[in-house]
Design a protein around this ligand. Structure first.
Ligand code: G4P
Length: 525
């Protein structure tokens, strides 16, 4: 691919993830986006919670058993001259580090909020990770077809709970049973909820931002209330700032209803317009690799094992940072210096796996892996080593003691343990003096996947006893005195032999800090 062609292709990419609390409507909106992208023809094909659609795919057994998506997948479609990559993140309560890492591979995020519930726990956690990256965050306030909270409250909550400015791109006229439409500030029009014909879907506003007096919506009290709100927003609300949006300091807010496909197209059009192209990425040396650099480079952000149990395959998901990927190309794996031929690649669509031949910066490719790759690995083509900054580590919140059930099978236990930990499936700790294994995760599901894979891939049955939810804090080894450890603040070490405490709760941590005021405790991301 020549330089001009590469630049043109890269400029078309828009790569993002949708973050939300379970049930806010992430799957429903994803389906609507896929409909607009022409990938699927009817809603309900991506996830049929109740229809058992998973039986059709060959994902992990555990997924089938629980009827949820364990790991993120990638959806790709073309829309208005742009190639959209949506990196899906598990929509289940039991999410995992995979979800966090997926957010390291996107250039923007869409936050879906249930307008009746406002900002919920999981949204808050995921938001924090995205915010730290300083990438644009677009907000979709969903379920407008139901009675929800006051729109002004929802906007205020963004600032109060998340510390991000909200700028309403459009404003609901009524909600639930009396939903009439959206006042579109950006496009200077009203979008009707129930237009008699498609031609009547949009109504233009006059120079004063008003509908003609004889328009049926103009007669509604909800319309007048919306105008009052808009006036308030114009006078006292946040000023629209593209700069702030690109830095992630302001979020454009779109109202709508994914289920009734209301406001979704307006959202998508604005998103495609405003979302950034693939960004450059820093190397450990501090250089930036621009996406249009003609040399291919990328990093592994996720490894998914056993997508097809019959083949025992693992897929390493690579975010392309620069250049173009071509099937059969040779790349160097920076960590080992080994050359690898990338001949087997797959790309993930909503319903099928299709072999990808070319992909450019911004795209995600799934590579069949026979155990070469680890999470965070950099791969590059050509001469001159490239190593991207390591992926951040996330502070685990749940802990388990783990032992091999069969003492005769220690070898496979240790092998499986080592490989799965390297892969980043779970975090491994050992008690400080007795060296017992303790696993840490951000979601319960990670333990279940770990147990399942130990048995299925390493033939090792593991015994796990829960320690429960703990707050992990690292301590400078210089300041450590083993006497500081107690059952309320268990002392362990991580895989780099760094000491940390697992505090039973916030109270135990406060007690510790009061007792040892000079000791500095640190959390990871
Ligand atoms: P998730 O992926 O974020 O977990 O949410 P999902 O899209 O599965 O939506 C959760 C529930 O909310 C679903 O209902 C879905 O139909 C509903 N929903 C999504 N968007 C809207 C909306 O704009 N308005 C209304 N009223 N409902 C919405 P469910 O009862 O769990 O499943 P289903 O049997 O209806 O599919």
């Amino acid at each position: 691919m020549d330089k001009n062609e590469l630049a043109k292709e890269v400029a078309q990419r828009r790569t993002f993830a949708i973050i939300s609390h379970p049930d806010a409507g992430k799957t429903t909106i994803t389906e609507q986006l896929l409909l607009f992208g022409g990938v699927i023809r009817e809603a309900g094909t991506v996830k049929g919670k109740k229809s058992g659609h998973f039986a059709k795919s060959d994902w992990m057994e555990i997924e089938k058993q629980r009827g949820i998506s364990v790991t993120s997948s990638v959806l790709q479609f073309d829309y208005h001259g742009k190639r959209i990559n949506i990196l899906d993140t598990p929509g289940h309560e039991d999410f995992s580090e995979d979800t966090y890492r997926t957010l390291m591979a996107v250039d923007a995020a869409v936050m879906v909020i249930d307008s009746a519930k406002g900002i919920e726990a999981q949204t808050k956690k995921l938001f924090k990770v995205v915010k730290k990256r300083g990438i644009p965050i677009f907000t979709f306030m969903n379920k407008l077809d139901r009675d929800g909270r006051e729109p002004l409250d929802l906007i205020a909550e963004l600032e109060e709970l998340l510390g991000i400015e909200g700028y309403a791109m459009n404003w609901p006229i009524g909600s639930g049973k009396v939903l009439e439409g959206l006042y579109d500030r950006k496009n200077h029009r009203i979008e009707r909820y129930r237009p008699a014909t498609e031609d009547q879907r949009f109504a233009a506003l006059d120079a004063d931002g008003k509908l003609p007096a004889d328009d049926p919506i103009a007669k509604e009290s909800t319309y007048r209330a919306a105008l009052d709100d808009i006036e308030l927003l114009d006078d006292a609300g946040n000023q629209f700032s593209e700069e702030k949006i690109l830095r992630g300091d302001q979020t454009p807010v779109f109202f709508g209803s994914a289920l009734t496909n209301f406001g979704v197209e307006t959202f998508l059009d604005s998103f495609v317009d405003m979302a950034p192209e693939p960004s450059a990425k820093k190397t450990v040396g501090g250089d930036e690799v621009a996406p249009t650099t003609d040399r291919f480079s990328g990093f592994v952000f996720k490894i998914q094992a056993n997508m097809n149990p019959a083949h025992r395959d693992r897929i390493a998901f690579v975010r392309i940072v620069s250049g173009a990927f071509e099937r059969g190309m040779d790349v160097t794996l920076n960590r080992t210096g080994k050359t690898i031929r990338l001949s087997n690649s797959t790309e993930f669509m909503a319903d099928s796996r299709e072999t990808v031949n070319t992909a450019v910066a911004g795209d995600i490719v799934g590579l069949y892996d026979t155990g070469n790759f680890q999470i965070g690995d950099t791969i590059y083509a050509g001469k001159g080593a490239v190593e991207f900054e390591p992926l951040p580590q996330f502070t685990p919140e749940l802990f388990m003691r783990v032992t091999a059930k069969n003492v005769m099978k220690q070898k496979s236990f240790h092998k499986g343990m080592q490989q799965l930990v390297q892969e980043g499936a779970v975090q491994l700790y050992r008690t400080y003096t007795t060296n017992e294994y303790i696993l840490g995760a951000v979601g319960q599901l990670q333990f279940e996947v770990f147990k399942f894979r130990m048995l299925n891939e390493y033939n090792s049955e593991v015994e796990m006893t829960t320690i429960g939810s703990r707050t992990a804090r690292w301590i400078d080894p210089e300041q450590l005195d083993e006497k500081m450890s107690s059952s309320r603040n268990l002392l362990v070490k991580d895989i780099h032999d760094q000491p940390l405490f697992l505090f039973e709760n916030a109270f135990a941590m406060r007690w510790f800090q009061d007792k040892y005021p000079d000791v500095k405790l640190t959390a990871k991301l």
